[in-house]
Ligand binder design. Structure first.
Ligand code: 5RP
Length: 222
């Protein structure tokens, strides 16, 4: 299977996993990116079997709405039973790097507010140690240079994502060459840097379930 087929297969597996738990009142948390888009497109086929969704980005909200799926504000929906989203990297503990699409802040909030976070990914995303994919951090624009210097002190090489503004009006620094052999500690260090809104390490709250698309089928890892 090619990568697109693997993405569709894990999206279908996520739908099969949550379907028995859905009823007319269910509101589903939905992530951002090409894998999440596959999930949204499948979700549309059963839009009468649940109430609606909470979106982790404006792009996801638009895609949901284009399928006629009602989009709710998290404040009127939480706690959510399920959050389904992709990742840029995952390790065996289901600790993730997210934010390649720049939606990390809303993604992290919805993950925190959900009982079960289902990560859907093709096997190219599975790594031994996180960090080959540059770690995105969302930064308040006026703090960009200060945050960059603090990241250098941690041993990382921050690169400003040119021409990109998040849905929250902030900027992204992508951190290269950071040692993420201890993800929880790195996440906490970054949380302590003033000016960083959110870092893309999902280690303190990892995924609960990983549906990993492989040539041998979708593997369920928890
Ligand atoms: C967006 C994300 C995405 O989940 C991540 O970038 C994976 O995207 P894709 O499914 O397109 O590979 O974190 O902020």
């Amino acid at each position: 299977m090619n990568q697109d087929e693997l993405k569709k297969a894990v999206a279908q597996a996520a739908l099969d996993y949550i379907r028995p738990h859905l009823d007319q009142d269910s509101i589903i948390g939905v992530g951002t990116g090409s894998t999440a888009n596959c999930f949204i497109d499948l979700l549309a086929e059963m839009r009468n079997d649940f109430d609606g969704a909470v979106a982790s980005s404006d792009a996801t909200a638009e895609r949901l709405k284009s399928h006629g799926i009602p989009v709710y504000d998290l404040n009127s929906a939480a706690p959510l039973e399920f959050y389904v989203d992709g990742a840029d990297e995952t390790n065996e503990h289901l600790e993730l790097i997210k934010g390649g699409g720049g939606a990390l802040t809303r993604e992290k909030i919805i993950a925190a507010a959900s009982k079960t976070f289902i990560c859907i990914a093709d096997e190219s995303k599975k790594v031994g140690i996180l960090g080959t994919f540059p770690l995105p951090v969302e930064v308040v624009p006026m703090a960009r240079s200060y945050v960059g210097r603090e990241i250098v002190k941690l041993g990382g090489d921050p690169v400003y994502r040119e021409g990109f503004t998040t849905d929250n009006g902030n900027v992204i620094l992508d951190i290269h060459n950071l040692d993420i052999s201890r993800p929880i500690q790195v996440e906490e260090k970054l949380n302590n840097i003033v000016g960083i809104v959110t870092n893309g390490l999902f280690a303190r709250r990892p995924a609960d379930l990983l549906l990993l698309g492989t040539d041998d089928g979708v593997k369920t890892i928890s």
